[in-house]
Structure formats: C-alpha cells, structure tokens
Design a protein around this ligand. Structure first.
Ligand code: SF4
Ligand code: SF4
Length: 91
C-alpha cells in the first residue's frame, strides 16, 4: 500500500481530536523517530506546506511555525494512523 494512512480512521473528526489534544504530552510509551515518510502531512488531505527532497524524504515548508499536532504526531497510539510507514512505534 505504501505511504497511506488507515483510510477508515483518517477523518476530519480524527484531525479535530488530534488538534484539540495536541496540548497534552506525548505518550511515554512512544518509541522510534520520524523517518520523514510524509504520511502524517496528508491527514486527511495533503498539506499545502508538504514538500519532498530529491531522496523522497518529506519536509515542511513552515517547519518553525508548524502547529502542535504536527510537532507531536503521533502523540498517542490511538491517534496513530500511519503505522504502515511511520518510524515511530508504541510499546
Ligand atoms: S508518519 Fe511518522 S515517520 Fe512519517 S512523517 Fe509522520 S511522524 Fe514522520
Ligand atoms: S504544517 Fe508542515 S508538518 Fe504540519 S502537516 Fe503541513 S507539512 Fe506537515
């Protein structure tokens, strides 16, 4: 499938929930690191600031101003809908 979010859970409602809960801390059981797959910048639609470098790695055109829900994704396992390609995991 590659670089796709869980389509069933990739909704505007889920986005709203991630936004509202983004002030909360990142779950302590989160492991790994961002591998810049870009999948979380397409939830639920492709962000206008999403870019890719020559190696196919994503980057953010407003990195220093990006919102909290971008900075903290995936904040919790229940909000994590890009497990196919994400470099993070939860224990
Ligand atoms: S889905 Fe995970 S690895 Fe991919 S860009 Fe988002 S945080 Fe990084
Ligand atoms: S603002 Fe940046 S980090 Fe947030 S979704 Fe858009 S491209 Fe991704």
């Amino acid at each position: 499938m590659g670089n796709m979010a869980d389509t069933r859970r990739n909704t505007w409602g889920a986005k709203l929930k991630r936004t509202l809960t983004s002030v909360l801390p990142v779950a302590s059981n989160r492991k790994g690191r961002c591998v810049r797959c870009g999948a979380c910048c397409k939830l639920p639609n492709v962000c206008r600031f999403l870019r890719y470098d020559e190696r196919g790695k994503s980057w953010c055109a407003c990195y220093w101003l990006r919102p909290l829900n971008c900075r903290k994704y995936p904040r919790t396992e229940s909000e994590w809908i890009t497990s196919d390609t994400c470099g993070h995991s939860f224990e």
